[in-house]
Ligand binder design. Structure first.
Ligand code: DGP
Length: 114
């Protein structure tokens, strides 16, 4: 199967503004920001979406969430608040089939989400 855009960013075949990286995850600025701060944090393992994560991914997913909070803190979002979003499937507007957590902040968010 061909690589997704996010696998190509991990492999440095495509440029991205990286804000955090370790051996398991990568965080970079979204190309089409929906808030003053909009970062994506992804596992390096190519899990297509949360519905396809397996029990063996438990530690990786926990790490991803803890690092999402750490990145939000680093970007100063913890003072005012931030939102984490996983879009899963067509109705949620998932566009890239590589698991990603949106980290959104810097403005007041609406609820319910659109
Ligand atoms: P989603 O709709 O949840 O699948 O979100 C995919 C996000 O990925 C969307 O907000 C735009 C972002 N995106 C798509 N292509 C690229 C890219 O090449 N670079 C970066 N930095 N972000 C991208």
């Amino acid at each position: 199967m061909s690589k997704t855009i996010f696998e190509r960013i991990i492999a440095r075949e495509l440029p991205a503004t990286i804000v955090y990286e370790d051996e398991l995850v990568l965080a970079f600025r979204d190309i089409n920001p929906q808030a003053p701060t909009h970062v994506l944090i992804i596992p390096k393992k190519p899990i297509p979406r949360i519905a396809e994560a397996q029990a063996e991914d438990q530690a990786l997913l926990g790490h991803l969430l803890l690092k999402a909070a750490e990145v939000a803190r680093q970007l100063g979002l913890d003072r005012t608040g931030f939102r984490l979003v996983f879009n899963n499937g067509r109705d949620a507007g998932e566009a890239v089939p590589h698991l990603h957590c949106h980290i959104l902040g810097g403005r007041r968010m609406g609820w319910p989400p659109g």
